[in-house]
Design a protein around this ligand. Structure first.
Ligand SMILES: C[S@@+](CC[C@H](N)C(=O)[O-])C[C@H]1O[C@@H](n2cnc3c(N)ncnc32)[C@H](O)[C@@H]1O
Length: 248
């Protein structure tokens, strides 16, 4: 069960009181974990965020021009006809690109928790029969055995305990021979010109990100045996791709 750090209304008062309270919950934050409400409301929970961020040019700019390279490095892990799970939606065309790589015989499930983002993702992907956009927490995705589980810039946005839950959940959902693919921030080289800028961005806006400069993604797994782990870095070390392949 997810922890009760959301604005969940269960287990408090009588049934009548719960319903009365539920009427007053802001629909934009209903069911959303505390860290997302407190830290990222401006980026994901308010409808105006889509106007600002949901553009290819903006996604590329935020990643210093590396979006295509990083997205491609995920797509090259996928094959037609596979079943994939995307943990959290991503601005821009990423989910559509995943779908294309999986082909008409593949299946894409996206698990996303923020109401505004769920609606956006459903609009993006339409009502294709091989897609499900599931309202839920990436730390507790639906049961299933996927050929690929993808976490694209999710880990740096969640607190430490959540990182462990998400990594464990991703590993638990991948079938033998399948892969979990994490793309995220990584510690840049000491003289990287963007190092001070990213340090300032993280200090101001992204309090859970900087730890990925020093802590390995593999170390968040409660049980990393049973997987072959590969890591590759990009752009002077600012980004990383970590693949955990379940030994079949
Ligand atoms: C994947 S991350 C960052 C992606 C990247 N910055 C971009 O361009 O969109 C952003 C998404 O993660 C979602 N998210 C955050 N925590 C989540 C959780 N525990 N479960 C599911 N979705 C979550 C947010 O609502 C948001 O839509």
């Amino acid at each position: 069960m997810p922890p009760d750090d959301s604005n969940s209304l269960v287990c408090r008062g009588t049934g009548i009181a719960i319903e009365a309270e539920a009427d007053h919950v802001d629909p934009l934050i209903k069911g959303v974990p505390g860290y997302l409400r407190d830290v990222y409301r401006w980026a994901y929970l308010e409808p105006f965020a889509l106007t600002v961020f949901d553009h290819q040019a903006m996604v590329s700019a935020i990643l210093w021009g590396n979006y295509h390279r990083l997205a491609r490095s995920v797509l090259e892990e996928l094959h037609q006809g596979q079943r994939a799970l995307q943990l959290a939606s991503v601005y821009g065309p990423f989910s559509l690109q995943l779908l294309e790589a999986l082909g008409p015989d593949g299946q894409l499930d996206v698990v996303e928790i923020a109401p505004v983002q769920i609606a956006r993702c459903r609009r993006l992907l339409g009502d294709r029969p091989n897609v499900r956009v599931i309202q839920g927490d990436a730390a507790y995705p639906p049961e299933g055995a996927y050929d690929a589980v993808i976490s694209f810039f999710l880990l740096h946005e969640v607190p430490e305990d959540y990182k462990t839950r998400i990594v464990d959940a991703a590993l638990a959902r991948v079938a033998p021979g399948g892969r979990v693919i994490f793309i995220d921030y990584h510690g840049p080289a000491r003289l990287h010109p963007l190092r001070p800028i990213m340090a300032a961005v993280f200090a101001l806006l992204e309090p859970f990100a900087r730890i990925l400069w020093t802590r390995e993604i593999e170390s968040y797994a409660s049980e990393s045996r049973g997987f072959r782990w590969h890591k590759r870095t990009f752009f002077g070390g600012l980004y990383q791709k970590v693949v955990a392949e379940r030994i079949g």
